[in-house]
Design a protein around this ligand. Structure first.
Ligand code: APR
Length: 310
């Protein structure tokens, strides 16, 4: 029997998620959107079914606005919510997206209580926190897609700057999904060579800044809406690690209970995603400067989570 993937939100990111999940034959796919957008979502599902002969995939792809149809999902990926527009911060979305996440959390809790849940909706760290609080799911069953994307951006910018293959760039970005996130140049390598040895301090500072502002750079270019290709692929990487028990260590928003001195918050940290969900968080010995930067982002996430009043 095929696995079942429920995509809550069938907008820009949701539709790319559906295409990637189909192409990778991750399982049958259900796209859930609001009743007003059920037909467009059905159109996207049908379009993807009609792409299958060329895409060479077998998957049932359907769309709905009824949570009953996500029953028994193995993975739920949530993009329901408003995206940023030019001039907005992710935090500006808090009130509206908190309402949406509340509805979604109740629906998922009722119909897919065993699913591994990946939250993409912004402001990311607060939305994962809210989803976790409302569902009461075990902590390993809930994760936020943030560090996976932030690290992809960091790696991409390094490869672009140094004119090398992105495949050889390894590194990680910690912290919240916002301008205070913490890229770690000291622990980034290019084909095993430390980044700090092949790039100048000026280059590294420029790359770190671009990574922290990467989402905003795209929002400004679009004028309307936010990034969708790279967020979708980042969530798919997390879902695949779960479904195939790949045990990848991916930076993602995981519940910290003492790790990095953080208590009860979802913060971007290196986490192993296995068939059990978020199985383990890895603690890196940070320098004093790195830790100071991390605590700054934690303070920001704490403030946004407090505003949810959950
Ligand atoms: N239930 C299900 N779907 C919903 C609900 C809800 N209660 N409320 C809104 N949606 C749907 C919208 O109808 C829309 O189709 O979520 C979809 C969001 O799609 P887009 O507006 O295209 O936004 P997208 O670019 O996909 O981003 C989604 O991810 O990265 C974050 O900041 C981004 O919060 C935003 C989210």
């Amino acid at each position: 029997m095929r696995k079942k993937i429920a995509l809550i939100g069938g907008g820009q990111i949701g539709q790319i998620l559906a295409m990637l999940a189909a192409q990778k034959e991750m399982g049958d796919i259900v796209i859930l959107d609001i009743p007003e957008l059920e037909n467009p979502a059905k159109g996207k599902a049908l379009d993807l079914m009609e792409m299958a002969p060329h895409g060479n995939y077998d998957a049932n792809i359907t769309a709905t606005s009824d949570y009953k149809d996500i029953a028994g999902a193995d993975v739920v990926i949530i993009t329901a919510g408003r995206p940023r527009q030019a001039g907005m911060t992710r935090e500006d979305l808090l009130a509206i997206n908190l309402q949406i996440i509340t509805t979604v959390a109740n629906g998922v809790k009722q119909y897919a209580p065993k699913a591994f849940c990946i939250i993409v909706t912004n402001p990311l760290d607060a939305m994962v926190y809210a989803f976790y609080k409302i569902t009461g799911f075990p902590k390993g069953q809930v994760a936020g897609m943030a560090g996976t994307l932030d690290t992809a951006r960091w790696r991409a910018f390094i490869a672009m700057e140094l004119n090398v293959s992105v495949c050889d760039v390894a590194g990680t970005v910690l912290g919240g999904h916002g301008p205070d996130m913490v890229p770690l140049p000291r622990l980034t390598t290019v084909g095993g060579v430390p980044l700090t040895e092949i790039a100048t301090k000026e280059q590294i500072d420029k790359l770190a800044l671009r990574t922290r502002e990467a989402g905003t750079e795209i929002v400004k270019l679009f004028g309307k809406g936010s990034a969708f290709f790279s967020p979708a692929w980042s969530a798919i990487v997390m879902a695949e690690s779960y479904l195939k028990d790949k045990r990848r260590i991916l930076p993602c928003a995981a519940l910290c209970e003492g790790e990095y001195g953080v208590q009860g918050l979802f913060i971007g940290v290196p986490a192993m995603i296995s068939g059990r969900g978020v199985e383990k968080i890895y603690e890196i010995k940070l320098t004093e400067d790195e830790n100071a930067l991390l605590q700054k982002t934690v303070a920001g996430v704490t403030k946004t989570c407090e505003e949810t009043k959950l």
